[in-house]
Design a protein around this ligand. Structure first.
Ligand SMILES: N[C@@H](CCC(=O)N[C@@H](CS)C(=O)NCC(=O)O)C(=O)O
Length: 217
């Protein structure tokens, strides 16, 4: 039976993008079961169909996997190339992925993912500025130390890229500048064919979640 990924609105659901992208890059075929977030029907579906009331959730036969990082790990079991081969690089990638999964609350709150939006401006508070600087430093250090010849954080695509892809999207929406290494990496993420496909689907969506629409000038 083909696995099913339960996911939220592509325009807004950053955690869904992470799980989706990891599955895509692992080469796993799956069907999508979208839930329209922050609607009465969507809330009922989250309650009925997801273990923690959140998306994404992967249902693969008898196996249910929730939490984006666990879905990415499940994808990496299918395709171990989703983690760097070198043990030291792999430890870095796991640390980066875990830091994203557990942290950067200020950035996630102040700068919601909004794939369709461009030219948004948000005055960054100190905590968000700190998150932005930490992520930019992480990306630069990682590219220098582990980037090798490829354009992704660890050269070839890894779970770390899946976890940070929505941040690249946010940096674009809110015109967050950084050094060339950061802007090059943002271009890599947004030019990726799978990410482009996600964006195209986000553009086709008609739902607007007003609380996520921040920074209009
Ligand atoms: N830690 C979870 C976070 C999932 C999450 O917060 N998902 C959001 C969408 S991006 C959600 O389901 N929100 C629905 C709600 O809060 O009602 C993960 O990594 O999957």
């Amino acid at each position: 039976m083909t696995p099913v990924l339960i996911l939220g609105n592509k325009n807004y659901s950053s955690w869904s993008l992470r799980g989706w992208l990891a599955l895509r890059k692992a080469g796993i075929e799956f069907n999508e079961h979208p839930i329209s977030l922050f609607t009465p029907e969507g809330d009922a579906q989250l309650t009925d169909e997801t273990p923690a009331g959140l998306v994404p959730v992967l249902v693969d036969g008898e196996t249910t996997v929730w939490e984006s990082l666990a879905i990415a790990e499940y994808a990496a079991e299918h395709n171990p190339a989703l983690w760097p081969q070198d043990a030291g690089a792999r430890a870095w990638a796991r640390s980066m992925a875990a830091e994203m999964h557990a942290g950067f609350a200020a950035l996630r709150h102040a700068l919601p993912m909004n794939c369709r939006a461009r030219g948004r401006r948000v005055e960054l508070d100190a905590a968000t500025r700190q998150d932005v600087e930490r992520i930019q430093r992480l990306w630069c250090d990682c590219r220098i130390k582990h980037g090798g010849d490829g354009p992704w954080l660890f050269g070839t695509f890894s779970v770390a890229d899946a976890m940070y892809a929505p941040v690249a999207s946010r940096f674009t929406t809110y015109s967050i500048d950084g050094p060339a290494t950061v802007s090059d990496y943002v271009i890599t993420v947004l030019a990726d064919p799978d990410v482009s496909e996600w964006y195209a689907a986000a553009r086709d969506e008609t739902e607007v979640i007003e609380e996520e629409e921040v920074g209009r000038i």
